[in-house]
Ligand binder design. Structure first.
Ligand code: AMP
Length: 190
């Protein structure tokens, strides 16, 4: 079993790369952002709750997010492993993920981070906002707030995985194919 956290700030390319890598390595891709947006679209209780946070560019509370993530993993008991995209985003999510996986005799094999300079990310997100239909991609102040959330709550997870000898940084600037190649080189060692 291979469990990978694909890490990086908003717009780094996690979702795009996870879609390619899940087929290459026969893994299940779980994007918490995608699951939230699905719930918002279908007006579920979870969607109604999450919407106000997502629209503001704030993180959804940990307890809600952690329970949702566990449900998504438990839906795939036969999986060969997972690519976690957009989760964990806080220290308590990372701790909950470790505890949850260890109950299943599993662990995170590596956190692979896509490293992209912040001004390039804002440009990418505004460009994506033209077609994604995501309200949190079209408003620069919401985008800035997402970076603020990332810098204050999420970026520290680098230290969390580095302390375990599990952190791998990858240059996230280049063509989609170039970046897939760089990521695959790390995947192959895990
Ligand atoms: P993403 O699609 O990963 O950019 O996520 C979009 C939004 O969903 C984020 O800005 C948060 O509001 C929410 N979200 C996604 N994943 C998480 C998470 N792990 N913890 C808290 N909020 C999340």
């Amino acid at each position: 079993m291979k469990n990978i956290v694909l890490f990086g700030p908003p717009g780094a390319g996690k979702g795009t790369q996870a879609e390619v890598l899940k087929d290459r390595y026969n893994l299940i891709h779980i994007s918490t952002g995608v699951v939230f947006r699905f719930n918002i679209k279908n007006e579920t209780e979870l969607g109604v709750l999450a919407k106000k946070y997502i629209d503001a560019g704030d993180l959804v509370p940990d307890e809600v997010t952690i329970n949702m993530l566990k449900d998504e993993v438990n839906k795939n008991p036969e999986a060969n492993g997972f690519i976690f995209d957009g989760f964990p985003r806080t220290q308590s999510q990372a701790e909950a993920l470790d505890a949850f996986l260890s109950e299943k005799d599993a662990k995170i094999d590596g956190m692979i981070a896509l490293e992209v300079p912040e001004d390039m990310l804002v440009e990418r997100l505004l460009e994506r906002g033209k077609t994604s239909g995501r309200s949190d991609d079209t408003d620069e102040s919401k985008i800035r707030n997402r970076f603020n959330e990332y810098n204050t709550k999420t970026a520290i997870l680098k230290d969390f995985y580095e302390a375990k000898g599990n952190y791998y940084g990858v240059d996230g600037v280049g063509s989609i194919e170039e970046i897939t190649t760089r990521l695959s080189e790390v995947f192959d060692t895990l």
